[in-house]
Ligand binder design. Structure first.
Ligand code: FES
Length: 302
């Protein structure tokens, strides 16, 4: 973990604050557009947030947090209790949503989904590539960074307030799209589904905040052997590997517990995982909050 202090808390839209976190010693770990970090909140919750500042700034991280009325305690804590000057431990950045180099870019943001796309738009334009942003939200007052985006990127940014203008027609947008253009999209599930339906899969890159709805079997019991400690942990049907490991004294970070953030990742040394995440686990890795085992035993690098 990296130690930071909350330097600044700034309202950037209705129910959204931006946090500036300054390194307490030395520099922060480098990152690329699309990356996120886990905040270790003082109420013992870990929550993932996309980095939306400047990757060239190695002294601060910037994230934005929307107050979720269904909060399980993360955004509620940030909005009600977090204060400037508070020390905050954060993870190293992870990136499951990199900016895929392309001759031209279209960025599609829905609401708080703007956060990973902010540094992407900046990077694409700094590299001299044609890049535009279509940013949708209920109304401008609920959409973070609208003024900042307009100031920095002028008519490269199109803001659609769905309350007044309805949802943009992504199918028409796709039909008019130059074949070299790659689309990066981050927003609520209906927007991602519309983008999936409209754009060719090989040119569409998405990041989810919520898991896709899929049905899995009940999940049978299996055993997880921790190669470094020598412990063998029974994982009953109906208990996640993450919880079974925590109960056995091997707690892992867990930002989302839904297979979308990546904070609970482990290395699998033997056995075959049954992947249930929305990230797309690399070979030899798995996400313990949702994924299980196809073999009776997994050997983990723990
Ligand atoms: S806790 Fe987020 S992927 Fe497991």
């Amino acid at each position: 973990m990296q130690q930071t202090v909350v330097e600044h808390i700034e309202p950037v839209a209705q129910d959204v604050v931006a946090l500036t976190l300054r390194a307490r010693d030395g520099h922060l770990a480098p990152w690329e557009p699309g990356a996120h970090i886990d905040l270790e909140l003082p109420n013992w919750l870990t929550r993932p947030y996309s980095l939306c500042g400047d990757p060239a700034d190695r002294d601060t991280y910037r994230v934005a947090v929307r107050h979720d009325p269904l909060s399980r305690g993360g955004s509620e804590y940030v909005h009600r209790f977090l204060r400037t000057g508070r020390p905050l431990a954060v993870s190293a950045p992870r990136n499951h949503f990199p900016l895929v180099p392309a001759p031209a870019h279209l960025f599609l943001a829905g609401g708080i989904g703007i956060t990973p796309l902010l540094p992407m738009l900046r990077a694409a334009r700094a590299a001299g590539r044609p890049a535009t942003l279509l940013y949708t939200g209920r109304s401008a007052r609920t959409m973070p960074f609208v003024d900042e985006l307009r100031r920095a990127h002028g008519d490269r940014v199109r803001v659609v307030e769905t309350e007044r203008q309805g949802r943009p027609d992504l199918t028409a947008l796709a039909a008019a799209l130059d074949p070299d253009t790659h689309v990066h999209c981050c927003g609520p599930a209906p927007m991602l589904a519309a983008a999936d339906a409209a754009f060719p899969a090989d040119r569409l890159h998405t990041e989810r905040f919520q898991p896709t709805e899929r049905a899995f079997g009940p999940g049978t019991a299996f055993e997880a052997h921790c190669a470094r400690s020598g412990d063998t942990v029974a994982v009953p049907a109906g208990t996640s590997l993450l919880d079974a490991l925590a109960d056995a004294g091997h707690p892992l970070p867990s930002g989302c517990r839904e297979g979308v953030c990546g904070s609970c990742e482990v290395t699998v040394l033997d056995g075959e995982p049954e992947h249930r995440d929305d990230i797309g686990a690399a070979r030899g890795r798995m996400y313990t909050c949702v994924s299980r085992a196809l073999t009776p035993r997994l050997v983990l690098d723990l």
